[in-house]
Design a protein around this ligand. Structure first.
Ligand code: AMP
Length: 186
C-alpha cells in the first residue's frame, strides 16, 4: 500500500505515521527526519537544508524530489510506504506523480489530518520546550503554519480531484485516531 499523510504542523502526523507503519507493515518515510539526519551527518543536503529548516521555511523542491526518488526506488519500498511531510507543494506533488508512475507505483490514499490551528500552535510550543527542536520556537511555528495553509493546503484539492483524499479528524485519543484512519483507507 502506498500512502501519504498530510496535516498542519503539530497535528500528530509523525505519531500516526509510526503507528500506521507498524500496523500496515510498510516503510515510514518522513522527509523531516531524513533532513534532520542529513544535518547531523553534515552532508551536502544537510548543509543546504539547515538554514531553511531553522527559519521554518520549505527546503527547495528539487532537494526533496531527489531524496524521494532515491528512497522509494529502494527494495524495502516495493511492498509499500507511507510518506510523511511530503509532498508539501504542488510542484512536489506533480514531481511525486512522475517519479511514481516511472516505477509503476500508484498512490492508494492521501490521508489528511484535520485540526484547529490555534490548538496546534500551543502544542508545538510545548513540544519545543520539551524536545529542544530548534524549529519549534513561537515565530518559526507561526511561519510553518502559514506556509502550510498557503503552500500545502492546496494539495487537498489536488488529491480530492484524484478521488484519493481521506479526511480524518486529528483531535482526540491517539489510538482512536489511528482507528479512524484505518477505517478510511481499507
Ligand atoms: P517536519 O518534521 O515534517 O515538520 O519538517 C521539518 C522541516 O523540514 C520543515 O519545516 C521544512 O523546513 C523541512 N521539510 C520537511 N519536509 C519538507 C518538504 N516536503 N518540502 C520542503 N521542506 C521540507
Amino acid at each position: 500500500m502506498k500512502l501519504l499523510i498530510m496535516g498542519p504542523p503539530g497535528v500528530g502526523k509523525g505519531t500516526q505515521a509510526t503507528l500506521l507503519k507498524d500496523q500496515l507493515k510498510i516503510v515510514h518515510l518522513s522527509t523531516g527526519d531524513i533532513l534532520r539526519s542529513e544535518i547531523k551527518k553534515k552532508s551536502n543536503i544537510g548543509l543546504k537544508a539547515k538554514s531553511y529548516m531553522d527559519a521554518g521555511k520549505l527546503v527547495p523542491d528539487q532537494v526533496l524530489l531527489d531524496i524521494i526518488n532515491d528512497r522509494i526506488t529502494e527494495r524495502d519500498c516495493i511492498e509499500g510506504y507511507l510518506l510523511d511531510g511530503f509532498p508539501r507543494t504542488l510542484n512536489q506533488a506533480i514531481g511525486l506523480d512522475n517519479i511514481m508512475s516511472s516505477i509503476h507505483h500508484s498512490l492508494d490514499s492521501a490521508i489528511s489530518l484535520v485540526a484547529d490551528s490555534d490548538e496546534l500552535v500551543q502544542r508545538l510550543i510545548k513540544r519545543g520546550i520539551d524536545s529542544g527542536r530548534s524549529d519549534d520556537t513561537d515565530e518559526v511555528i507561526r511561519n510553518r503554519q502559514k506556509i502550510y495553509w498557503e503552500e500545502t493546503a492546496p494539495l487537498l484539492d489536488y488529491y480530492k480531484e484524484k478521488n484519493i483524499l481521506k479526511e480524518v479528524n486529528g483531535i482526540g485519543d491517539i489510538k482512536e485516531i489511528t482507528k479512524r484512519i484505518l477505517e478510511k483507507i481499507k
